[in-house]
Design a protein around this ligand. Structure first.
Ligand SMILES: [Zn+2]
Length: 123
């Protein structure tokens, strides 16, 4: 098994986006996705601000280091962006930022993000 990339290791050592967002009275959407291959489970939550931008993004990840790195990077990349911009985020972009070619966990993190964004619409 290859050594994780430095950006992945940094995020495993010092995660900045773990946790949950308060859901009561706020526009918070939650998405949960799982990897069939290794069982990684990633929950992503996004809070939409008074405009259409993402005021906060948080994750809870049960899985391998790649999964934690991927969830951290997804939250990092979408916080402050608009919902429309966040919907364009793809696994290849996240993997490039993480300097990894391992897409399994990145795909789970992006799926969880999209589900969270879907869950905010209509609120
Ligand atoms: Zn994994």
């Amino acid at each position: 098994m290859p050594r994780p990339s430095d950006p992945v290791l940094q995020r495993v050592a010092c995660p900045r986006f773990t946790g949950a967002l308060p859901s009561r009275g706020d526009r918070v959407g939650t998405g949960i996705a799982m990897a069939d291959s290794c069982g990684d489970v990633i929950q992503v939550q996004v809070q939409i601000g008074s405009d259409v931008s993402i005021a906060a993004a948080r994750h809870k990840t049960y899985g391998c280091g790649q999964a934690i790195g991927a969830a951290e990077m997804v939250c990092e990349l979408v916080e402050g962006r608009t919902v429309a911009e966040a919907r364009l985020l793809d696994a290849e972009t996240v993997a490039r930022k993480l300097k990894t070619t391992d897409l399994h966990a990145v795909r789970v993190a992006v799926s969880a993000l999209l589900l969270a964004l879907d869950a905010t619409s209509g609120q």
